[in-house]
Each structure stands twice: as C-alpha cells, then as structure tokens.
Design a protein around this ligand. Structure first.
Ligand SMILES: O=C[C@H](O)[C@H](O)COP(=O)(O)O
Ligand SMILES: C=C(OP(=O)(O)O)C(=O)O
Length: 361
C-alpha cells in the first residue's frame, strides 16, 4: 500500500508516495538459490575469471536479449542457449544476458525489474521476485547469468545468482556505480562511455579494484555502510561511441595499453551491438567476425564478446495494447535472431577449434 509522504516544507516536495518492499532476506527465503543454481553461478564466475586473467584461452561470450520482458520467452531462449553452450564449451564460455534494469538516454520503459507489467505501474516488488525466479531458473539449466548493475539496491536481492556483471556506458563514470562494483562478487566489465572514451572505462576498472565504503541496505533492509575489498576482475568493454565504432585493432590495442599502464590485466571484451553496430542488428555479425579475426590473428587482449540476441530478429515498439506484442522480439535495442545467433557461435567455435588444433601440432 503506497503511503503519502509526511507533510514538510523542505523535503519530499516532489514525492507522491512510498511503497514498502520486502527485504532481501525475505525474498531469498521465498526464492532460494538452489544447489544446482549455486553450482552454475560459482562455475560461471570461475570460468569468466580464468578467461579474463588469461589462464583459460577460451572466449567469454555474453549473449542474449537486450532486455527481458517475458518470463516464458526468456526461458525458451535460455533452454536453447543452454543446449548450444554445451556444444561449444571447449572453446567458448557462454553466459546469458539477463538484463532487467535498462538505462535510458532520456525516458522509456526501464525494464522487467522496475516495471514488469510494462504499463507504468512500476510494481518493483513483483519485478524483483520475478527476476530472481528467472535468474535462479536460468542458472538451474547450467547457464550462467550475466547482467547490468544499475539500481543501487537491486544487487542485495539478486546478485548471489549472477555470474558476470557490468556497468553500462551511461554509468561507468559514476562514482556511485564504481564503488558498488567494488563490492560485487562476480567479475565486472566496464563499458566505454557513450562519447567513446576508452580511458573512462579503464578508470572505472581501477576505481572498482580499490576498497570503498558506501551507503546501502543490509539483508534485513536496514540502512548500512558497506565496506568493500575491491573487485579484482574488472575489464573493459568496447561498445563504440558518438564518433563511431571502436572494435578495430587500434582501439583494442589502445584499451590493452591503457589497462597495462594502469597496472591491470589486459582484458577486453567487444560489444558487437550498440554504437559498434550503429544499433543495426544486421551489422552485429560483421563486428563479431572482425573481433574473432583479430583474436585468431593473435590479439590476446580480446577475452570476450557480447551479442544482443533474441528468439526473433529485430525490435518492436511497445504497443498501447500489450496483447499485440510480437513474441520473442526485443522491445529495446534490435537483436540478432536465434538462427543467426546459433550460426555465429558455431562458426566461432569451429574457427577457434581450428586454431587450437594448429597450436597443438
Ligand atoms: O541497451 C539498450 C539501450 O541502448 C539503452 O538502454 C539506451 O536506450 P535508449 O537510448 O533507447 O533510451
Ligand atoms: C545498455 C546497454 O549498453 P550500453 O550501456 O553500452 O548502452 C546494454 O548492453 O544493454
């Protein structure tokens, strides 16, 4: 039940109400991380860390919808990806984008976590419960969950089920988000800013690797100061910027050089979507192949790649009548469809297997 704010002359002047929310402990009791899901999270984190540190020469592939908006469709996608993951696992570590909290350039639907009914009702209690159920269910398939860290309190409810996380282009420069990243138990990627600046992402890797303290809530929803150790597994994600794509060899090398100069591991992931594809899903395949080519040519700094992919290709606008939504089609950025996703991952697997075979000759 939403409560109006207490009358005051100086605060809450722009607030219309407060709705109580369950605590992280209550939600975790209701939707526990099962043993099978926990095994997937731990194995997914270990694999990502080994790849990012260069101990494991596989490619970390973060692939999945730009945003989740339907539980059943997300699970249909996850089932297909879990099966594909098994087929390519000797060369690719595949983790699924379960992105539920969308940063917007101005305004727009903010994601399944915040508005699961997509009608502006902002039932975040339902959103966080449904998101947790989904993350546990995906993990139970043996498929590690990858997500974006955006809302400051959401990690308390969800991140025990997350294998890999990142800060997006709009928050990688935010101190609030960098210090939060220093607390995250999963490896964290940091995107370059929307302007394209790579140094900004390297600064984020450095900032998040340090210990910090910040305001948050504890498991019981009490206000608390959290003290962190720092995240040792930060890496840069190149996603292009206002000046255009930044996946070409000179940008990858620039990111690697900046990381090395900052005393960090030269670990770079390339996002094949966003400004690297000019938001044109048909160009994601060109970026994917180019990045794979760089890797095959010996660029060891490339440790990962990201694809925005869904059951169906393209995107749709949110219709006024939600029953008109087309199943399996993105409601945010345009995605590669399932058939092409499968083809691109199998192609990469084959090419990387060839190189591995050559290396052992
Ligand atoms: O990944 C999704 C979008 O690029 C990001 O959320 C920004 O979207 P917008 O520019 O449509 O608001
Ligand atoms: C919002 C995203 O990307 P970026 O931060 O690069 O715009 C995303 O990956 O969903």
């Amino acid at each position: 039940m939403t409560q109006p704010p207490a009358p005051s002359t100086t605060e809450n002047l722009n607030v219309t109400g407060f709705t109580p929310l369950m605590t992280p402990r209550e939600l975790k009791a209701e939707v526990p991380l099962t043993d099978a899901a926990e095994r997937t999270v731990l194995a997914g984190r270990r694999a990502a860390q080994a790849i990012l540190s260069g101990e494991d020469d596989r490619l970390l592939v973060v692939v999945g919808p730009c945003s989740i908006h339907d539980q059943a469709q997300a699970l249909e996608y996850a089932g297909r990806l879990a099966a594909l993951r098994e087929r390519v696992k000797d060369r690719l570590e595949v983790q699924m984008r379960v992105y539920v909290d969308k940063p917007r350039t101005t305004v727009g639907w903010r994601g399944y976590l915040l508005d699961p009914d997509m009608d502006g009702s902002n039932d975040m209690g339902k959103g966080v419960r449904r998101t947790r159920e989904l993350m546990v269910a995906v993990s139970e398939l043996g498929l590690p969950v990858a997500t974006e860290l955006l809302d400051p309190f959401a990690p308390q409810y969800l991140f025990d089920a997350v294998a890999w996380a990142c800060l997006g282009a709009r928050t990688a420069e935010s101190q609030t988000h960098r210090v939060m990243a220093s607390a995250v138990s999963a490896p964290m990627g940091f995107k370059n800013g929307t302007g394209g600046g790579i140094k900004l992402a390297v600064d984020a890797v450095v900032a998040a690797s340090h210990p910090h303290a910040f305001f948050t809530i504890d498991e019981d929803g009490r206000a608390a100061i959290v003290h962190t150790k720092g995240n040792a597994h930060g890496h840069v994600i190149l996603r292009g910027g206002r000046a255009g794509p930044n996946y070409a060899p000179q940008f990858v090398q620039e990111a690697a050089d900046l990381l090395r100069a900052a005393g960090r591991e030269e670990a770079v992931m390339v996002d094949c979507s966003h400004a690297n594809s000019g938001s044109d899903w048909t160009r994601q395949r060109l970026v994917w192949r180019d990045v794979l080519g760089q890797r095959l040519a010996g660029q060891r700094a490339i440790r990962g790649a990201m694809l925005e992919s869904n059951l169906q290709a393209g995107k749709q606008s949110l219709p006024a009548d939600l029953t008109q939504l087309k199943p399996g089609v993105s409601v945010t950025d345009a995605c590669v469809g399932w058939d092409e996703t499968e083809a691109l991952l199998l192609e990469a697997h084959e090419q990387l297997s060839g190189r591995a075979a050559l290396a052992t000759c």
